[in-house]
Design a protein around this ligand. Sequence first.
Ligand code: DC
Length: 228
Amino acid sequence: MIIAIDGPSGAGKSTLGKMLAKRLGLLYLDTGAMYRAVALAVTRAGIGLDDTERIAEIARTARIDLVGEPDSMQVLLDGRDVTAEIRTLEAAQAASMVSTISDVRRTMVEHQRAIGSAAQRGCVLEGRDIGTVVFPDADVKFFLTATAEARARRRFEEDRAKGRDSTYEQTLAEINERDIRDATRVDSPLVEAPGAVRIDTSGIGLDEVFGLMLSAIDERMNTDERKS
Ligand code: DC
């Protein structure tokens, strides 16, 4: 079973993706973490974010592994734990930039398809192009969204809880900037996949969204069973 979750940053994809993977016993793949790891490798190598050829080469040669259970997943870059380092604002912006490069996307998509297809029971993948490019035939596709203000408020609260020093205005500006780049890039921009279940999470709690997602999965799987 392949479940695709796409949507803008801060819509709840990671939290809900992990909850679904745990409930259904599926592998969880955070594809944004892979773009963030590439961005970190690029920055560490001192390569400019406009040097597309060398960035594509880094994406091809860097070893990126996601290991462990959904709640304690570690991201390894060439065998070293970079889980915390890829979560900075700078890494997010750099990831959004390297993800506009087609060669980088090609390499990541291949990697993501291989991981998803090899998962024994199936996989929950979350990102921006899962239902449109990585697994267009996913069993169930979700498009999670929320207003930029609601997403910024959530991100800001999370950052504050982690002791990060930022303001709500900075967080909102960062979200708006990333939204524009992710939605207007030429290759695989963030768009709602045909047939996706769209959920606006702005005014509703996590448990309610989770319930809606479980019902949608049930409904799709039952419809498929009836068809076969
Ligand atoms: O989901 P995230 O915030 O960790 O993603 C970081 C960046 O990576 C995001 O700004 C866009 C990019 N990304 C992408 O282009 N395609 C994906 N499938 C996942 C993330």
